[in-house]
Every structure is written in C-alpha cells, then in structure tokens.
Design a protein around this ligand. Structure first.
Ligand SMILES: [Zn+2]
Length: 59
C-alpha cells in the first residue's frame, strides 16, 4: 500500500499496488513510484532508504 496525496482531488489516499503504473530509480536508494488515484489522476511518490518524509513529491 502507498500513501499518496492527489493535488487534483485535494485528498490523501492509501493506494494498493494495483494502482502503481510505474517505478523509476532516480538515484541510489531513491525510487519514484508513479500511481493513479481512484479518480485516475497521476501521482508521484518518493520512497527509498534516503527518504524519511512520506507524502507528495514533485520531480
Ligand atoms: Zn485524484
């Protein structure tokens, strides 16, 4: 499950792995997970060893 904030919905969702549309390695230990919210908007969430602040991300 991924906690993601959607700017367009102005709401925070807990999204299952089935909403993942892509995973991008940005740097060593940093991963950007591309998701869609329940309305179909695209979101980007950073995760990885070096990220300790969960929440929305802008890349
Ligand atoms: Zn949305």
């Amino acid at each position: 499950m991924f906690l993601a904030y959607c700017d367009e919905c102005e709401d925070r969702f807990l999204l299952p792995a089935s909403h993942v549309v892509g995973v991008h390695n940005l740097a060593s230990g940093v991963i950007a997970v591309e998701l869609t919210c329940y309305e179909g908007h695209h979101l980007l969430v950073l995760s990885g060893n070096d990220i300790d602040i969960p929440g929305p991300a802008t890349v």
